[in-house]
Design a protein around this ligand. Structure first.
Ligand SMILES: O=P(O)(O)OC[C@@H](O)[C@@H](O)c1c[nH]c2ccccc12
Length: 265
């Protein structure tokens, strides 16, 4: 059921000709008691999906902003089990799908099967594990599949055609297309070849393709989103959420702005 919720979200966005906006926050940044408020704020701002980060001491894929958010969350004493318990408590109040972003270690400490069960009770639609390659995913995706939770797969700029085909076969939920080389965090611009890359993988894919890494402005979100099915914004949202600047978050989301973008054409 959980995974279906996300599929329905993408389907209705597609029917309306809209792009998905996936908003990342670090669970426990600002205290776990703030999580509900933060998630409801993202929903009210117009996010289509929430990507909820699990803090971890060695976040190899993360840039400075998300690393710092993770340290703040760990300093709050937040754990994966605690986050899942809080999510289970508040899940009925949040209508948009939730995807967890976690490194393998916290999941292994809990056990892959108990994790899948708790994630299901927490209403989670999908899980992103950036340090688990496709070849090692079965240990996690097996139990997750049993609870109908999607294991989200990555495609990077350096993925070969053959690799892209492999990733696409059996892809669930959506494909996370990484837009830059390196770690998470704002960038001034993107590789010239990015848009062709996004369009060609979108054409090949049966599931939606969403692009993330380095998107930190409304214009970037709109531009990158026009070449695939949606965008993921992390670091910038983490910064704005820390300032409780929900209007700032709203202004990042292409469809939710009050600015009449097409008024001049
Ligand atoms: O922060 P950025 O550049 O906007 O990128 C999104 C990203 O933060 C989020 O999806 C994410 C946070 N941590 C990750 C680790 C790996 C892959 C993705 C992520």
């Amino acid at each position: 059921m959980s995974r279906m919720k996300m599929e329905q979200t993408f389907e209705s966005l597609g029917n309306e000709g809209k792009k998905a906006f996936i908003a990342y926050i670090m669970a426990g940044d600002g205290g776990l008691s703030n999580l509900k408020h933060q998630m409801l704020s993202l929903e009210a701002a117009g996010a289509s999906v929430i990507e909820l980060g699990i803090p971890f001491s060695d976040p190899v894929a993360d840039g400075p902003v998300i690393q710092a958010a993770g340290r703040r969350a760990l300093a709050e004493g937040v754990t994966l089990r605690g986050i899942l318990a809080e999510l289970a408590r508040i899940k009925d109040e949040i209508s948009i799908p939730v995807v967890l972003m976690t490194y393998a270690n916290p999941v292994l400490r809990l056990g892959a099967a108990p994790f899948a069960e708790l994630a299901s009770k927490a209403g989670v639609s999908g899980v992103i594990m950036p340090d688990v390659p496709l070849e090692e995913a079965e240990e996690f995706s097996g139990p997750l599949t049993a609870y109908d939770i999607a294991m989200i797969r990555f495609i990077t700029l350096s993925s070969s055609k053959a690799r892209i085909r492999e990733v696409m076969e059996g892809a669930e939920g959506f494909i996370y297309a990484v837009t830059v080389r390196g770690t998470t965090g704002a960038r001034d611009g993107f590789d010239e070849s990015l848009y062709d890359h996004l369009e060609s993988i979108s054409k090949m894919s049966d599931v939606p393709v969403c692009a993330g890494f380095g998107i930190s402005t409304h214009d970037q979100a709109e531009e990158v989103g026009s070449h695939c099915d949606g965008v993921i914004v992390g670091s910038r949202i983490v910064e704005l959420m820390q300032e409780n600047d929900i209007d700032g978050i709203k202004a990042l989301i292409p469809e939710s702005t009050d600015v009449a973008i097409n008024a001049s054409n």
